[in-house]
Write a protein that binds this ligand. Sequence first.
Ligand code: FAD
Length: 213
Amino acid sequence: MARRSWQTYQTLLGLPGEPVEYIDEYFVSDAGASTSDRDSLTDGRPRFAKLESELLGDLAPRPKDFPPGSHPFGARTVRGTSWMMFNINAYARMLVSDFLASGGKIAVVEFHSPADLGALRQKTIINATGYGARALFGDESVVPVRGQLARMIPQPDIHYGLIYQNVSFVPRRDGLVFQAIGENDYYGFGDDTTVPDRAEAERAVTTIASLYA
Ligand SMILES: Cc1cc2nc3c(=O)[nH]c(=O)nc-3n(C[C@H](O)[C@H](O)[C@H](O)COP(=O)(O)OP(=O)(O)OC[C@H]3O[C@@H](n4cnc5c(N)ncnc54)[C@H](O)[C@@H]3O)c2cc1C
């Protein structure tokens, strides 16, 4: 599935609005900082798929190390590679207009109970309600994973992303995105709160800004 999706998204490169584009991504570490071990979790939480290097390492360009002196971040360690970045607004618009152009129709309908769905004449229903499926259909298998994006005004000349001190920076066309990502994929795992955390947002921005102090 991962290979097929990778191949499919290559066909969206270079389209108007750039729904998908490649960016350079740099992992910046402080000199002597220890790196987290994602496989060391032994507390019974489910393992996330770990495909990047083991099974799919041949897809993306191999990471390259940039020694101090060859980058603007002083004595820090820098490793860079290229990733696909999704510009969600352009991508979502493209999906909707492709759907409509192919004869799809969007109807807003109110249902009051799952039983109401039986009245639909369509034979197939796709339940794409995300975390809402838990309340709507009692699907306890859906686990909330809280995350938060801090966004700033777009800067069209910035084409690279950064990961530094567990903060990710992505140069999306519709706004620069800063996100605390924690040491591993379990950051926010099981947390269903949706209240914005201003302090976390500021920490994310100032962490990236500190690289340019
Ligand atoms: C901060 C953050 C950053 C992320 N960054 C990335 C990223 O960079 N790349 C990536 O691949 N993934 C990322 N993800 C994950 C990605 O957003 C989700 O995996 C994806 O959105 C799930 O899509 P979905 O369509 O299944 O569910 P959702 O996008 O959650 O869509 C479900 C929809 O159903 C609606 N709904 C629910 N209940 C009801 C109801 N009762 N009535 C009407 N509507 C209802 C909701 O309002 C929602 O619009 C990120 C997630 C977070 C939180």
